[in-house]
Design a protein around this ligand. Structure first.
Ligand code: M6R
Length: 587
């Protein structure tokens, strides 16, 4: 959600912090702030807006000093205002804090601290951390951190900077990572925060406290016992974080799919073997995820049932409380998450683990919390995804679902080669851009879009609707085409816009019948198919595929492109949709 960065080293900190915040801005972009320690003491600059805009207004990168912390916010408690922007300072201005997560008992703590004379300057839950540290600081920084963490309920990764130049952080259910450079240390909520300076990372465990003072960096658990955490070399290439020749990350990531789907399909034999062995031995199988990753779960379920004859239940992670209630020690949970940090997903996995289930993760971030707590995990291998709307991670998840099914069925799907859908994706990306861009411009004033798909196309109808909503702010609804006559048909009238997913497979004839029913009510139909039909007002062509099961991974591409170009036509920023953030680490 929010991004956190701290730096203590031999270089000028402010430009590094601004650069890091820009790289992590996809995590939250409501406001920005930095606290620096220099000869003049502690200086805080913060304000609403995106990183470059706030930097331009407040000249953050011009602040002097070699020690500082920074933050970009995704608002939870308190509006998007300058005073609610982080860092938050204690009363005596000798401590400043940046926080990611939610402090659930903040009201009670705030009341107690206010009664003791502390003056709050924001509406946030986070500010209590600064005041609690201040209360306990007389005992020393380490004890102040321990005492503060003991009082906090909820979830947090926080970093504090102290007047003496010490930087310290603590984590509970939110990620915090130390970057070890030759001339200093970073502390961040995301490796992207320091990857341009060092690829050596220490992933703090839950309930760890890290203190970086003038001499050394030490890690303790919440009891104060020193703990050793290994240094991991982070694999991602810096070039992957650059948007290169593209106007937006989202466009780059849509284009990246030419290669990334193949990367996802090619898995290490041994890792895939372990994953499938656990799955084959499961008494019951559940697949969980949120948002886009949940849509992958829906397609995965179809693949397992249709080809591997494995029955799986899909559960939205936010509904796991009931959906996973009957999980037991014979159960296997396949948890899908690009970030591997989504709070709902992690919670459902932790609860299932306690009930004895085995966890199979599907992640893009291999150093994430989900990867770490899984019994086995597969990586979608598609490199960092910066655009808030999931694109290449979705097709990576689908490619993995095919690859797993293929392995379980000893090659029935021929997904191992992946060549068929890779070529089709390449073709769609390179040929349909002008058609779709023009279509988006014509659709600029549409208020509602219905996306219809049957069987394996229904998850894509849902995913297409989600992309349209988040990127172009148009109301869009994915409908199981067979359900049309059970209700949604009442919405069809002149000028209603319907996108029909109708490749020439087992669902084709029924889908075309639906198109006739819709057209009879005067609606406009855009068909996505390998076959042109007169019933369509507009046709988006996708290639013919011999393996029908691969149509979903191909037909989603035009929907991603349409959402992107519709965002542009409506002057929306496709990389940073309003009110959203890339990883949702709060419940
Ligand atoms: O990182 P995750 O895959 O766990 O994220 C889950 C959802 O928050 C995510 O897919 C969200 O729905 C995307 N913004 C969709 O484009």
């Amino acid at each position: 959600m929010c991004s956190i960065i701290g730096y203590k080293g031999k270089q000028s900190a402010a430009p590094i912090l601004v650069d890091s915040l820009k790289k992590m801005e996809y995590r939250g972009y409501d406001s920005v702030g930095v606290a620096m320690i220099n000869e003049g003491g502690m200086l805080v600059r913060k304000g609403t807006g995106k990183v470059l805009e706030v930097n331009k207004n407040l000249n953050i990168s011009g602040m002097s000093g070699m020690i500082g912390i920074g933050h970009t916010r995704w608002a939870t408690h308190g509006g998007v205002t300058d005073s609610n922007a982080h860092p938050h300072s204690a009363c005596n201005k000798s401590i400043a804090v940046v926080h990611n997560g939610i402090i659930e008992n903040y009201k009670e703590l705030k009341k107690e601290l206010t009664e003791a004379g502390h003056v709050f300057t924001s509406e946030t839950d986070s500010e209590v951390i600064a005041h609690l540290l201040e209360v306990h600081l007389a005992k020393g920084i380490k004890d102040a951190l321990i005492a503060t963490c003991k009082r906090l309920q909820g979830t947090y990764g926080f970093v504090a900077v102290f007047q003496d130049g010490t930087i310290a952080g603590a984590r509970y259910e939110e990620p915090l990572i130390i970057g070890v450079a030759n001339d200093g240390y970073f502390i961040s909520s995301d490796v992207l925060g320091f990857l341009q300076y060092t690829d050596k990372a220490i992933f703090l465990d839950n309930c760890d406290i890290a203190i970086i003072d003038s001499k050394k960096m030490e890690i303790f658990n919440f009891d104060g016992t020193p703990v050793a955490r290994p240094i991991t070399q982070v694999a991602w290439e810096l070039g992957e974080i650059d948007k290169g020749k593209y106007a937006h990350y989202t466009l780059k990531e849509i284009n990246d799919q030419r290669l990334t789907v193949a990367h996802a399909a090619q898995q290490d034999e041994a890792v895939m073997g372990k994953f499938c062995e656990i799955l084959k031995n499961a008494g019951s199988v559940y697949i969980t995820g949120s948002g886009t990753s949940y849509h992958s779960a829906l397609l995965f379920k179809h693949m397992l049932a249709r080809f591997a004859k494995i029955r799986a239940e899909t559960v939205m992670s936010s509904e796991a409380h009931d959906g996973l209630a009957s999980v037991d020690d014979g159960s296997v949970i396949i948890a899908i998450s690009q970030s591997g940090e989504t709070a709902d997903v992690l919670e459902s996995v932790k609860v299932s683990k306690k009930q004895g289930a085995k966890i199979l993760g599907i992640v893009n971030v291999t150093t994430s919390s989900l990867a770490r707590i899984s019994d086995a995990f597969l990586s979608t291998n598609c490199g960092p995804e910066i655009g808030v709307a999931a694109t290449k991670s979705f097709t990576g998840q689908l490619a993995l679902a095919y690859a797993v099914t293929d392995r379980l069925t000893e090659g029935k799907l021929r997904a191992g080669e992946a060549a068929e859908f890779v070529a089709a994706i390449e073709k769609v990306i390179s040929t349909s851009q002008p058609v779709i861009e023009k279509m988006a411009a014509d659709m600029k004033d549409v208020n509602d879009i219905y996306l219809l798909g049957r069987s394996i196309h229904y998850p894509i109808a849902l995913e297409g609707a989600l992309k349209l909503k988040e990127l172009s702010y148009v109301h869009a609804e994915g409908v199981a085409a067979g359900e049309l006559k059970h209700g949604p048909l009442a919405l069809m009238e002149k000028n209603t816009l319907v996108i029909l997913l109708a490749p020439h497979d087992a669902t084709y004839n029924d889908s075309i019948s639906n198109a006739h029913e819709i057209k009879a009510r005067g609606a406009t139909v855009i068909g996505i198919s390998n076959i042109k039909d007169d019933i369509y007002d507009h046709w988006i062509e996708i290639p013919h595929l011999d393996q029908e099961a691969f149509y979903p991974i191909v037909e989603v591409i035009p929907l991603q492109m349409l959402s992107y170009y519709l965002a542009l036509a409506k002057n929306a920023d496709p990389d940073y949709p309003r009110n959203l953030a890339k990883s949702v680490t709060v419940k």
